[in-house]
Each structure stands twice: as structure tokens, then as C-alpha cells.
Design a protein. Sequence first.
Length: 359
Amino acid sequence: MTDTDMTDQQWKRFLGNGRSRPLTELPDPPAWRRFMPDQEFQANYQNKSEDRWRKIQDLADTDSRGKERGESFRIEEKDADIFNAVNAALYLRRPLLVTGKPGSGKTSLAYAIAYELKLGSVLSWSINARSLLDDALYQYDAIARLQDAQLKREKPIGSYIRLGPVGTAFLPSALPRVLLIDEIDKCDINLPNDLLELFEEGRYDIPELVRRQDELQESVDVATADRDVPASISQGRVFCYQFPLVVMTSNGERDFPPAFLRRCLRLRMPDPTQNKGALERIVEAHLKRGQDAQRWQRLEAEIGEIVDNFIAKGGQETADIATDQLLNAVYLLTRDVKPDVDERDGLKELLLKGLSEED
């Protein structure tokens, strides 16, 4: 597909409003972002990939939590930066570094992409100070293998290997998976550089299989982060065909190396706390489902009052506040069993306490 062939509809694969069409194909990547050659994928992986993709879709259909998070995410038309960034990441095969205030929808964005484009369940890796890339690529259970050897139980080596969320995301497939690397600003200082090599090369090795590749006549089946959906590894190497849609979230608590930043598309999520219409749509998307229409209509004025309180609170210089708190307040304060007026005011104050306010 040439640049002149790209229509607006072809560009806007992800809309963020629940109306995106399932992704069925992507245009060719830039020459510098090609990974596994087409011929190798078609000859050795395409049939297996199609079978595995069907199982991944079936698994996603049972992921009620992921579907709920994807369904409830909404982008305002004026926030074109969001869907432009996602679509650019799809076309350019580049990771997204997403920043913003707590509750601005950074994590939910990944679930919305997977849900709207039908790319399977989100593969999620939550970062802490002890997180290592090797652990997120795969785990090898050497102790179990030693125990089985002592008991003379013969099992294939693949029985002791499980791919982690990052390792699973880079398996060759005709369409990209969505990989969420959550709160990357909590990571060890070396992790961005380790990720940079993976993002540039699109591949990694499993040394335990590489060392034995001369002995292994066929590919090895291993477990993956997709429950009950194994994968076949050939010659101990995992090599992506379509680069995964990587969403890395950050609360802005640290700086990243310039080389890492240059290779990411950077997006700052808008602060929704001063837009009443956007907040009411967020509440509706999360809480209206399953509600009686007449009851919801009766609650709209009450919900509007709570949203006004939330906006007023968010406008204070000393009080950062997250949309999760608004959802908690609306859910609790619109129940059939309600506290009296004094208790209600105290409860509202508790639920809408600014993140930087003193207790």
C-alpha cells in the first residue's frame, strides 16, 4: 500500500470509542522495522500461527475482566493525540510510552486496544524494583527437571519452560499482540536498556534450548502466558513477525535514557478531571451496564452532583485526584441503602480525598 492509497478509514484502525473494526491486516512495516522475513513466516509458522490465534481469540472471549476494562474506555474526539499515537505505533511498529496522572486511563488504554481490535487478551507485566527482563521472557524450572531425572522420569525439555508475558508477545503471528508493561518508572536502572535491545531486534534466545539444538530434531512445545495455549520453539529462538503493540505506562517518577526515549512514541493522557461531559461518560461506561434504564435516569442528577464535587476537588492546587475515586463515590453513594445526610457528606469527603492531602 502506498501513501496515496491510505484513506482516513485505513489510517484510523483504533478509534477508542467502541466502534473500531477488528484488525485483520496491517500495511507493510518500514524497511527498518522488518523482523522475520515473509518467506520464513509463511513456510514455517503461518499455519501454526493461525491455529494458535484461534485459540487465543477463544481465550479472550472468556476474559470478562479484560473485556470490561476494554469496553468502558472512551476517547473524546478532541483527544485525537490518543488514537493518533496508537495508530502510529501500529504502523511504525514502535512501542508507546504513556504518561499521565493516576486515573487518566493509561492502563485501560491497552485493554481498549486489545478489545476493540480483537487482538486477544492483554499480556501484562507489572514492574517493581526487582523486575528483570529475563523473568518476563521465560522461566526454566531446573529444579523440577533435576528431580524428574533423579526419579528417572523422562519428559521433554519443553515441559520445564514457560514463556512470560513479554516472551509470549514476541511469538511470530500475522497480527500483533498487545503487551502492557505497567509502571515502568519503578524499574531497575538497567531495564530500559535491556528492553531497547529486544525492541530493536524483535527476537530473543532460550539458552537451554539453543545449547541442545543439535539434539532436537524438531521444534519444542513450551507453555506460554496464554493459559492452555502452548507454542512451538525452533532452534531455541523466538523471533517476531509482527512487532507487538507495546504500551508502557509511567507516572513520571523518573527519567529514561535518551536512546530509549528516541525509539518510543510518547503520549501524555489528558487529565479528565475538569471535563464534566467526559467524566459522566466514564461513569456511564463503567456503571450503567446491567442497570434498569428508568433507575439510571433517576440517578443522573445525583451522579451530576457527585461529578461536580469531584471537579471542584480536582481544581484545588493541593489535591490530585483520580477517576477511580469518582467511580468509587458514585457506586457507593447511589446505592439503594444510603447513609443520612451528615454521614453522606463525611463519606463523600473520604472517597474524594486528594492524593496529596494530609489525613
